[in-house]
Design a binder for this molecule. Structure first.
Ligand code: ADP
Ligand code: MG
Length: 336
């Protein structure tokens, strides 16, 4: 064929084919009244997806499939996951996926930003405390003290996709950041598929897509600490943003009047007792919100609030044990 004939071939066959493909990809989701949702169980928690403007349940199935893949990559306890390989590397370098490397790089960033309050090498403590399966046994001080020398992010090195833990008894746990990162990736996928409205709820970590139909903002309830799951202490209106909460009441047991919970002080190995019951972060990125909610909880009201105020496009609500609400300066408070 000559060049001119080639051009004609492209015009008459490929362009209509391209338009047809676009229409099949996009048009099937152009039903403004349609709405689908579903729930699943991943990352040890209930997850929920809501998509507006589509009837295409394959999109939700694809998200669940992605969640299963992330779980098999990032779980600390699942044999063969990237995290499991790092934790069983006996000091040898380990090659990990792009996602795992990206998450570890983010964790390093928030370690720096939080002055060490956010530290994924708390895993030896996480193993000892064993939430949520611990029936109420406070670990011996000696076992926590013995773990302390194996904790510290300076033990971990990331070079491209290669991870090395200097200390064979050191280990990592991505539970404080992974759900936020995964929610961001799912949102990217759904937006790429033409979804303009919906939300991704990973165990209470909410990431909204656009607004509700009719340009109405999402109204996200914030749980009353230790209240029923449906009991909200306040609500926040957001569009296209993440709302993530870290709270003592999520995973804990009570012994002799003390609440032992799952947010741990990297310096001591014990739950953080600083008068906070929860920290909620509003941000564009859910990975950022997840890392910051855990970081700010560990930092406490004063230092945590200072960190939030120093960041652009990030707002926070700190709730103290006495159920007082402390808002950052730009928090969109509800009027009612
Ligand atoms: P969740 O939303 O699952 O309740 P959070 O975002 O509140 O999780 O983070 C708590 C989890 O993070 C713990 O269950 C543990 O796996 C991990 N973790 C606990 N303390 C820290 C810390 N100081 N730094 C980083 N990760 C932590
Ligand atoms: Mg977190």
């Amino acid at each position: 064929m000559t060049n001119t004939a080639n051009c004609k071939y492209i015009k008459f066959f490929l362009i209509p084919l391209f338009l047809l493909a676009c229409c099949l990809g996009g048009c099937r989701r152009q039903d403004p009244a349609a709405q689908i949702s579903d729930v699943g169980f991943y990352f040890d928690t209930v997850v929920e997806l809501r998509l507006n403007g589509t009837n295409d349940h394959a999109l939700i199935d694809a998200c669940f499939e992605k969640m299963a893949q992330y779980e098999s990559l990032l779980s600390r306890t699942r044999e063969g996951s990237d995290v499991w390989k790092i934790n069983h590397s006996a000091g040898e370098p380990v090659e990990v996926s792009d996602d795992t490397a990206a998450l570890i790089a983010l964790a390093q960033k928030y370690y720096e930003l939080s002055d060490g309050a956010f530290d994924i090498t708390v895993a030896p403590y996480v193993t000892i405390w064993n939430f949520p399966d611990n029936p109420g046994e406070v670990p011996a001080d000696a076992s926590i003290a013995a773990a302390r020398i194996h904790v510290g992010l300076s033990l971990l090195h990331l070079d491209g996709n290669t991870v090395t833990l200097d200390d064979p008894r050191a280990s990592i746990d991505l539970g404080g950041i992974a759900k936020g990162y995964i929610a961001d990736r799912l949102k990217e996928y759904l937006v790429g598929e033409g979804i303009e409205s919906g939300y991704i709820n990973l165990g209470g970590n909410m990431l909204t897509i656009g607004t509700k139909p009719g340009d109405v903002p999402w109204n996200i309830g914030i749980r009353r600490p230790f209240g029923e799951a449906s009991d909200t202490i306040t609500a926040v209106k957001v569009d296209d943003r993440s709302v993530v909460t870290s709270g003592t009441y999520e995973r804990y047991f009570e012994k002799n009047g003390t609440i032992y919970h799952h947010i741990l002080d990297p310096a001591s190995g014990y739950p953080v007792w600083n008068g906070l019951a929860s920290v909620t972060i509003l941000s564009d990125s859910s990975a950022e919100g997840d890392a910051l909610s855990t970081s700010c909880f560990v930092l406490g009201l004063t230092r945590g609030m200072e960190l939030v105020e120093s960041l652009d496009q990030v707002e926070a609500l700190f709730i103290t044990d006495d159920q007082e609400l402390h808002f950052s300066s730009g928090f969109p408070k509800t009027s009612s």
